[in-house]
Design a protein around this ligand. Structure first.
Ligand code: DPP
Ligand code: ZN
Length: 875
């Protein structure tokens, strides 16, 4: 397909005011009647034909204003329907198409999952249901009649409010009619039909509107939907309190389905979720699962305003709804849990996914300017970096200025299909500032590098920061302009207290934030009586890669004393990362670095009784092998990194042993499992202790892990211990894996954890193990969760084995991508993106990886999804 360019945007030629759908569900022959009230767009090109999108559609009939059209009046293919010369006035277009939901393995459009009918329309799935101007700037009011066999689909759900329901006399069929009063783009359309159990609740909005809440799940699983329902109600309240956003329909339904390409989908009034982000019980879900459920329930709910009431003009603006909504769900989780720990987790995710993306051939701006396949842009850059850009706005404007901008945005653009420019203009107007330079965050790709040099002058009692910024070239962008970087900082005095920030022009650095906007810039602070240690980029105020002249001693000091918890964590991580890089390099000659500074920092953290256990657990968890690879940047040897990291784990396990052995029993569980953040934090720290203690694989430590596994009364502890055994205790591994399987064999979401864990074992036999598991009865290539758990974990969470020196890992993934592409291109393309860092590898692996990506690229008949990732990966 031809690339689509942002600069080519034109308003639609025809608008749709109302859509009436009549959908007769049938496993193989679903009939869709669509009645579209259309009119020429005054902003479109005059005299245009009506051109509708389609995808694999079969047209049965089309009429205009009630008259069937002659064959010469229109052209129809599976991918489009054009009415050549419609009268240039309001018209009624009626279209009949037939579909086979059972044959829809792409899981886009209308398909079947575990015997139920469901839909996924974002980004371009509605055109697989009926011919339509399937673009987000065409907003219409939908009425949907759904008909089905009562036996097969007693539950029939649509967008909006249910306005009618009934039996069809003399048949075994019934119907419901749904009306959604809010104009919406087609990607927010949804329907569900099936035999489902329901958890019901209700919510009273701030202005007293009574909303019926429903979560629908596979029969027998309703007892696992309670946490999701609780999270939903908390989300609804929070959005009212923090953003003034109130729900706007009488019903809000969520349906959990087992086969889903993404995490979840924010269809108006009818969210559809991957069941893994709804279903939870202490026996089957980990603390991380609970946290994800809470975040994603909130995310999809928050889209009701940021995405649905205000939608995107075109798909280039995807970050307008996604970056903003991720920011909102991050804030929600921060308020519900621990703010610093949430920030640490978010930054870890940002670095591991987004920084990696930015550093390779798939780098793209937060708002891309061109795409071949929009499905490939649901990325860490659009989502996570997009959220960082919104966070920076808040840092720059302050809480009040930010809220004023958001209020103006809701006010000015409610009902619109908006752009990033519209969004930024609200903040500029509400605060009387110019955001032209700031807008580069949306246009320039790559991670900015910030080098900071601090120097204290005793004579003038001044502290000077010299700052240089650099944005490296990325695909299609050789030269970059300087960015606006909000750098939150503190100058930490010898006792750990923050010194006042008085700039030499007499101004305070407002809210502790310096605004860096030049390629090189200096700031001088006055009245600095003693040598301070600069705590830079506090709270990760800007998504940059920061280097500085802080010494190892400075970092140890910050890890112990900084008042900013994020930077305490970050100082220890920086020490660990520097150690791992040096230790990796030392394996090919040179002196091995000393771990003493890191041991000192982590001992202090473990000893500090005032710290939140969840924070300590994060501090103890070392940078990942992928983090180290990214830091090294070129000629990467994954085996050397793995070995260096293993060494450091053993060193820490030994050096911290007394503290770890003291902490572990102190955190033993009491009472029954509760998923709250405090309890989860204690489990996280206890497990981190267990893990480090087992690093040397001493018999007593392995015995502790076995006991932990056997005594666990919840999935968090059980799975964690299983992972310790699987990675570090080859003798105990198989019996533990077998016991786990026997216990959970009937629970696909738990078996996914079992698949994922085995796929991550860092030994050569894992490839054969993964191959064998693809033949396991619990595995299915048709289910995205299974594929991601087993094969996705191998490619993205097992660096030494995906990057086997013989290239067999690359070959296996390329083979799988090709096998999957015909069935589900989106999942196949995701899997192929595992090659995104291939250029950073050492020469032998680099050429083996390149050859496999090229083999994929050269295969005839690829989907646009896979063809696009392959081509960009090689560019
Ligand atoms: N729009 C979905 C989300 O919430 C993804 N398709 O991110
Ligand atoms: Zn979203």
């Amino acid at each position: 397909p031809q690339p689509v360019r942002l600069s080519d945007y034109r308003p639609p030629d025809w608008l749709v005011d109302t859509v009436h759908l009549d959908i007769r569900l049938d496993r193989h022959a679903t009939r869709v009647m669509a009645r579209l009230a259309m009119r020429p767009n005054p902003d479109g090109r005059e005299g245009s034909p009506i051109a509708l999108d389609g995808d694999e559609l079969v047209l049965k009939a089309v009429s205009l204003d009630g008259t069937p059209l002659a064959g010469t009046a229109y052209g129809a293919t599976p991918s489009g329907l054009t009415l050549f010369a419609p009268p240039q006035q309001p018209v009624l277009v009626e279209i009949e198409t037939w579909l086979d939901p059972s044959a829809n393995s792409k899981l886009m459009g209308l398909y079947r999952s575990s015997g139920a009918y469901c839909t996924q329309c974002e980004a371009e799935g509605f055109r697989r249901i009926t011919y339509f101007p399937d673009r987000p700037d065409v907003l219409a009011v939908y009425t949907t009649r759904i008909e089905a066999e009562r036996e097969e689909a007693p539950i029939l759900l649509g967008n909006g409010n249910r306005v009618a329901a009934g039996e069809i006399e003399g048949t075994s069929r019934h119907y419901t009619i749904w009306h959604d009063p809010w104009p919406k783009p087609s990607y927010l359309f949804a329907l569900v039909g099936g035999r489902l159990d329901k958890v019901a609740d209700e919510f009273r909005t701030a202005t007293g509107r009574q909303v019926e809440l429903g979560i629908y799940v596979e029969p027998g699983k309703a007892d696992r939907a309670g946490y999701a329902m609780d999270a939903l109600k908390r989300s609804m309240r929070w959005d009212e309190e923090v953003f003034g956003c109130e729900y706007d329909l009488d019903v809000f339904n969520i349906v959990a389905v087992a086969d889903f390409n993404m995490g979840a989908m924010e269809n108006k009034g009818l969210n559809i979720f991957n069941d893994k982000y709804v279903l939870a019980s202490p026996e089957t879900a980990t603390d991380a699962d609970y946290a994800n459920i809470e975040a994603i329930i909130a995310h999809e709910y928050f889209h009701n305003w940021t995405g649905n009431r205000i939608t995107c003009r075109d798909w280039f603006q995807l970050c307008l709804k996604e970056g903003l909504t991720v920011f909102r769900d991050q804030e929600f989780s921060s308020d519900q849990r621990s703010r610093p720990v949430k920030r640490i987790a978010d930054v870890r995710l940002l670095k591991s996914h987004q920084f990696a993306e930015d550093a390779g051939p798939l780098a793209h701006p937060v708002r891309p300017s061109t795409y071949r396949e929009i499905n490939n842009f649901y990325t860490a850059t659009v989502y996570e970096k997009g959220a960082e850009v919104v966070r920076m706005l808040r840092t720059l404007l302050g809480e009040e200025g930010f809220r004023a901008g958001m209020d103006l945005y809701f006010d000015r653009h409610d009902g619109d299909a908006a752009t990033v420019e519209d969004f930024l203009a609200c903040f500029a107007d509400a605060n009387g500032i110019d955001l032209t330079q700031f807008a580069r965050w949306y246009a320039q790709s790559g991670t900015p590098e910030l080098d900071v040099h601090g120097s204290w002058d005793a004579a003038t009692r001044s502290y000077r920061l010299d700052i240089a910024q650099h944005l490296p070239p990325t695909p299609g962008q050789d030269d970059k302009a300087p960015m606006v970087i909000p750098l939150a900082l503190g100058l930490v005095g010898p006792d750990g207290e923050d010194l006042p920030l008085v700039l030499d022009d007499g101004a305070n650095a407002e809210r502790g934030v310096l605004v860096v906007s030049q390629p090189r810039q200096s700031f001088v602070f006055r009245e600095v009586a003693t040598r301070p240690v600069a705590s830079l980029n506090r709270g990760f105020s800007a998504p940059v890669k920061l280097t500085s002249n802080l010494s190892t001693d400075d970092l140890v000091f910050l890890a112990r004393r900084d008042s900013d918890p994020f930077n305490r964590f970050d100082a220890a991580q920086t020490l660990a990362l520097a150690h791992l890089v040096a230790a990796t390099r030392a394996r090919s000659g040179g002196a091995a670095p000393s771990a003493t500074p890191l041991v000192e920092a982590l001992s202090a953290t473990l000893e500090d009784a005032a710290l939140d256990p969840a924070f300590v657990a994060q501090a103890l968890s070392l940078p990942s092998e992928a983090d180290v690879a990214r830091e090294i940047g070129r000629e990467v040897d994954p085996d050397a990194i793995h070995a260096a990291r293993g060494d450091l784990r053993r060193t820490l396990g030994d050096a911290l042993r007394p503290l770890l052995e003291m902490t572990y029993p102190r955190l033993a569980p009491f009472g029954t499992y509760a998923p709250d953040a405090g309890s989860a934090g204690r489990r996280a720290l206890r497990n981190a202790c267990l893990d480090l203690l087992a690093a040397t694989a001493a018999p007593a430590d392995i015995a502790r892990a076995v006991a932990h596994f056997e005594a666990a009364d919840n999935m968090t502890d059980r799975l964690f211990a299983l992972s310790v055994l699987a990675h570090g205790a080859p003798q105990q591994r198989e019996p533990a894996l077998a016991a786990f399987y026997e216990r959970f064999r009937d629970d696909p979401l738990v078996i996914d954890k079992w698949f994922a864990l085995q796929a991550q074992i860092a030994e050569p036999a894992t490839l054969d193990r993964v191959r064998a598991l693809t033949g396991h009865p619990a595995f299915a290539m048709s289910n995205p969760n299974r594929v991601r758990a087993l094969i996705g974990s191998y490619s993205s969470a097992n660096p030494t084995q995906f990057n086997r020196a013989d290239g067999a890992g690359y070959r296996f993934i390329a083979d799988t991508v090709l096998a999957l592409d015909g069935r589900n291109p989106q999942v196949a393309a995701r899997l192929l993106a595992a090659f995104k860092s291939w250029r950073a590898l050492e020469p032998r692996r680099r050429s083996l990886a390149e050859a496999e990506v090229r083999r994929v690229a050269d295969t005839p008949g690829l989907s646009p999804d896979v063809a696009d990732i392959a081509a960009r990966s090689l560019s």
